[in-house]
Design a binder for this molecule. Structure first.
Ligand code: GLC
Length: 738
């Protein structure tokens, strides 16, 4: 057990004995009951009756601690064996204190902060009866059309792994409300974010090497950090749906990872094996899922309806049922819910929305904001941001005074009433005497509230216009993929009109973007002097935006997912392969044209790339030193550089370390993130930043599909983002050569 969080993968002999004793007393029906997870809307009759009969082992998304205690009393006091239920909840970015969406949280590049946010979420969840948090979502996502990019940590496996560990530590913290323990559930296992076309639930057809090098690492990191469960995904992987995929559920999880936790299907995903076309009926779906390694059927009804029959018919060995139930009972003993099944109902009012959690939500929101552009209005002038607090401000746009949308997707028990709007944040920062005019200008989509003239008039009467645009919460998240990534509705027309009005008088226009994904901002980048990506920033989003716009906080966020110039570029991500005809080299001349991997009509570069984000100050990178120009396979790469704050304001900088393996037995990305450090520098202050990276971290799965590092030459960068930086070289040599 770690000193700060629980490791649910650590076996305790005493618990193992308790599990065996209980298992031996169970009937086959009771065992199968433990493998059934239902929601209160399960449609199978009275939930209490099923619980009393021992037909339900866990429930999900029960939003009242009183209701949870009621169901738990039936399980513990009315069923034959008194086995308590595990209560699972989608706590994706907060329970009642809603933090920015996970993609925004990740843009802080601050594992400690994310661990604290996850702990706060777990504390609130514990206080309201949850034992099991269906998070962190650790799907690597390289397609912004996919709505669930909002729920994860973006496009990079290394950053995703670091943040997965932080979130598991936070969720599985010790010392939660009521002494409760909570088990995390990294999801959606696996490669769900690789859906073709960015269309949710769609086909995933990737190589085993891509699976192992890109999509598995964040899951391995989460399980290594002690996560006690995992949720398998809806998608197929190369023809085999995750819910019946023994390669990922047994060979990888059990044999390679040696992991003992519980595998939970996603919602009705076992039943959907029929729609996938790999099961003729629910009975075959149940058989395939249990044989492949599913332990719990979430709302698929396959296990409860058919497992007993399949065992009795000899199609499924009872030993497989026992193995699954053993893992489920082990988890329940580890959670302590046999001894403490109930939650004190007064806890919620003491824990939910605690001031320190509201403050934490503000800190995360402030640090998640990414400054994409901040240009002077005229050559040599001051950049548009921060705005002067005594300026006359026109605040316009559909999200300028909105509450509900700022919660973002998967807002759990969050309430719009808890959200501070941007308008309220501006008023709080500017004070009562502020010259602040608000005009909505248009709706997020559709024709209602259309008042572009009013917005233009407000801009004309002001010194600066702040335009708050973006997406609704439901334009991202599950089942909410988009084929066009521009601004919905009349938002573009509103922005163009305000920009035109302000340009005439040389006034600054600042766009605040609130979205669940990277959008296509190509026109905006050309015509708007300042752009802040504020995401769906949670209950404190409004104040966070105001703090950044008026300079109380210097923006420090950096992108974790690439912003495409156009949908036609997708997928566009930094860690791409070189190809045989890289765009940045002279191509092969055929038919008097250079032939190389590029478009005729668009750049191959993203509009804003991975790791990118500006500050109100500037940073200079100098004096790269590779302290280990030759390093052995079992050695440590040591590289350093000096970072100087060359501006007039203090600021945080997220310094990044990238490598490139120049020659491998298989092709390798042109860059891979292998380290980052967040540093705070006063004006003119400089800091020597040193990275120490075990060479073992520089490996990949080679021709034989074994992980390893190859000897050979590498490039290394210490950089502000994935497309810049100071470049050096080093060589990995055989252990006996160094
Ligand atoms: C949903 C989601 C999953 C969630 C589960 C329970 O379909 O895919 O992320 O945890 O069902 O709500």
């Amino acid at each position: 057990m770690n000193d700060s969080h629980y490791d649910f993968n650590h076996l305790d002999p005493e618990i193992e004995a308790q599990v065996e004793t209980l298992l031996a007393r169970m009937t086959l029906e009771e065992k199968v009951g433990q493998m059934n997870q239902v929601s209160p809307h399960w449609g199978g009759g009275e939930l209490e009756d099923a619980v009393r009969r021992g037909e339900v082992g866990s429930v999900l998304n029960v939003w009242s601690v009183e209701r949870i205690n009621q169901l738990q009393r039936v399980a513990v006091e009315k069923s034959r064996l008194g086995i308590p239920l595990i209560v699972g909840t989608d706590v994706i970015h907060g329970y009642r204190t809603i933090f920015p969406i996970p993609l925004a949280e990740a843009s802080t590049w601050d594992p400690d902060l994310l661990e604290r946010a996850a702990r706060a979420a777990a504390d609130e969840a514990a206080a309201t009866g949850t034992d099991w948090i269906f998070a962190p979502m650790v799907d690597v996502a390289r397609d912004p059309r996919w709505g669930r990019i909002a729920e994860g940590a973006g496009e990079d496996p290394y950053l995703g792994s670091v943040l997965a560990r932080a979130r598991v530590r936070g969720f599985q913290s010790q010392g939660l409300a009521g002494g409760k323990k909570i088990v995390a559930c990294p999801k959606h296992y696996v490669a769900y974010g690789a859906a073709e076309g960015g269309k949710d639930y769609n086909t995933v057809d990737i190589s085993e090497r891509t699976l192992r090098d890109i999509y598995l690492p964040p899951f391995k990191a989460a399980l290594d950090e002690g996560a006690g469960s995992i949720m398998s995904s809806f998608n197929e992987i190369a023809g085999v749906p995750a819910s019946c995929n023994a390669f990922i559920l047994r060979q990888i999880l059990r044999e390679e990872f040696e992991w003992h936790g519980v595998v939970l299907s996603d919602y009705d995903a076992i039943g959907e094996l029929i729609q996938h076309g790999v099961a003729a009926d629910l009975k075959e779906a149940a058989r395939k899922a249990i044989l492949a390694g599913e332990d719990i059927d979430m709302m698929g009804h396959a296990f409860p309806k058919h497992l007993v029959e399949l065992v009795r018919e000899g199609q499924v060995p009872e030993a497989l049922i026992d193995a699954a139930v053993r893992r489920i009972l082990r988890l329940k003993f580890m959670l302590g819910i046999f001894e403490h099944p109930y939650t004190a109902e007064e806890l919620a009012s003491q824990v939910l929305l605690k001031p320190e959690y509201r403050d934490l939500a503000l800190e995360v929101a402030q640090k998640s904001i990414v400054l994409l552009k901040n240009a002077p209005l005229e050559d040599g002038g001051a950049p548009a941001l921060p705005l002067q607090s005594n300026a006359r401000i026109a605040l316009v746009g559909p999200l300028a005074d909105d509450r509900a949308e700022l919660l973002g997707c998967w807002a759990c028990a969050g309430r719009a009433e808890d959200v501070e709007t941007v308008l309220e944040g501006f008023r709080a920062v500017l004070g009562a005497g502020a010259d602040l005019t608000y005009v909505k200008g248009c709706a997020l989509e559709g024709d209602e509230d259309l008042d572009i003239e009013g917005a233009v008039a407000a801009a004309e009467a002001a010194d600066a216009a702040v335009v708050v645009l973006g997406e609704s919460a439901m334009m991202s998240g599950e089942a909410h993929s988009r084929a066009y990534l521009g601004l919905p509705g009349h938002q573009r027309a509103l922005l163009e009109a305000v920009v035109a009005a302000c340009a005439l008088e040389g006034k600054p226009v600042v766009v605040i973007l609130m979205s669940g994904r990277p959008l296509v901002l190509t026109w905006m980048k050309e015509h708007v002097p300042a752009i802040l990506q504020a995401w769906h920033g949670g209950i404190r989003a409004g104040r966070a935006v105001a703090d950044v716009v008026f300079g109380a906080v210097t923006p420090s966020g950096k992108l974790v997912a690439s912003f495409p110039r156009t949908e036609g570029q997708i997928p566009v991500y930094y860690a791409h392969k070189s190809t045989g005809r890289p765009v940045d080299e002279r191509g092969v001349i055929q038919f008097n044209r250079e032939h190389k991997s590029q478009y005729l009509d668009e750049s191959t570069l993203p509009l804003y790339g991975f790791g990118y984000g500006l500050s109100y100050t500037t940073f200079e990178y100098t004096d790269l030193a590779v302290q280990t120009p030759e390093v052995s396979m079992d050695g440590t790469l040591v590289v350093s550089a000096t970072v100087t704050n060359t501006g007039e304001r203090c600021g945080d900088e997220i310094v990044q370390l990238y490598i490139q393996d120049l020659v491998g037995e298989v092709t390798r990305p042109v860059r891979e993130l292998k380290g980052f450090q967040r540093i705070a520098l006063q004006p003119r202050e400089r800091q020597r930043v040193t990275f120490e990276v075990p060479v073992a971290n520089l490996g990949f799965h080679g021709l034989e599909m074994a992980y390893g590092v190859e000897v050979g030459n590498f490039k290394v960068w210490i950089a502000p983002h994935a497309y810049a930086g100071l470049e050096g070289r080093f060589t990995v040599v055989g252990s006996d050569e160094s």
